[in-house]
Design a protein around this ligand. Structure first.
Ligand SMILES: Nc1ncnc2c1ncn2[C@@H]1O[C@H](COP(=O)(O)OP(=O)(O)O)[C@@H](O)[C@H]1O
Length: 265
């Protein structure tokens, strides 16, 4: 990880580790996974990436969380960032890479290796910088239809005490025009979080629509970047967590990994 931090900081294009994972190969032991989660706002990158991180024992690094942490701690970049984030725009590559480098350095100091990146890279420039400094094994592209994305963002609630992520939306989209229907039950918080729920300032209808527009303009090309390198695993979410999680594990060849982990525990 040290090499990644140094090189990300330098913006160098030196290549780092050897390739070690293809989407259908079993997990190898030499180093932990280095995966990326792509997908539109509201698709559930954070939910599925953090579950996989717990399963695989790697840090979950979400650049959106790094930005929100900088905002809430009133760091030197806070006022500049709040304006950008609350308009649904992207933070500059320079600022994101500086926040990410700091986080990677912290993980390294804790002796962590491997990672799942969530929300990075989001531009071709970020993807090129990342490619210049380390080998990404696999990129998971989570997909949901736009109607569900909007409903999920508007229904998202966060507990301001424990940080838990919940969703009050009850989604029931009828199948039409060749698109499948979709039912997603709300993900309600436990009673002790109920009175502490907050909504993200950028989860309003206008800002979510702008974030979706920006995703299509700036981040959609990142999918092609990884598709052309044979690293993209497309995953259409079939519903909420109960339906999607087992299918995602299957797609990642991790379905019996979860059983082995619980048996070993
Ligand atoms: N890689 C990135 N590049 C630029 N801006 C970013 C990046 N990651 C996060 N941000 C900023 O933080 C905001 C919140 O990010 P995130 O929680 O990942 O949101 P989303 O739900 O839109 O995927 C983004 O709208 C953007 O302003």
């Amino acid at each position: 990880m040290a090499a990644i931090i140094r090189l990300i900081k330098r913006g160098s294009s030196v290549s780092y580790a050897a390739r070690s994972f293809s989407s259908h190969a079993p997990l190898r032991k030499e180093r932990n996974v280095q995966w990326v989660f792509l997908g539109c706002p509201g698709v559930g990158k954070g939910t599925y990436a953090s579950r996989l991180c717990s399963l695989l024992g790697v840090p979950h690094i979400a650049t959106g969380d790094l930005v929100r942490h900088e905002l809430s701690s009133n760091g030197p970049l806070a006022s500049q960032l709040s304006e950008i984030v609350n308009q649904g725009k992207l933070v500059s590559d320079e600022i994101i890479i500086s926040l990410l480098s700091k986080r990677l350095a912290d993980e390294e100091a804790k002796g962590e290796s491997g990672f799942i990146l969530d929300g990075f890279p989001r531009t071709i420039k970020q993807a090129e910088i990342l490619e210049g400094v380390t080998d990404i094994d696999l990129v998971v592209n989570l997909k949901l239809q736009e109607e569900a994305l909007l409903a999920k963002c508007l229904g998202r609630r966060i507990c301001n005490q424990c940080g838990g992520n919940f969703n009050v939306a009850s989604i029931n989209i009828k199948g039409e025009n060749g698109l499948p229907g979709m039912v997603m039950a709300p993900l309600l918080p436990p009673a002790h979080c109920m009175s502490k729920l907050v909504t993200r300032a950028d989860d309003t209808e206008t800002v979510v629509k702008e974030r979706l527009r920006i995703y299509n303009e700036k981040s959609r090309p990142v999918e092609e970047f990884y598709r052309s390198r044979g690293k993209l695993l497309e995953f259409d979410l079939p519903g909420g967590i109960p339906e999607s999680w087992p299918k995602l594990l299957q797609a990642l060849n991790l379905d019996d990994y979860e059983e082995k982990q619980s048996a070993a525990a």
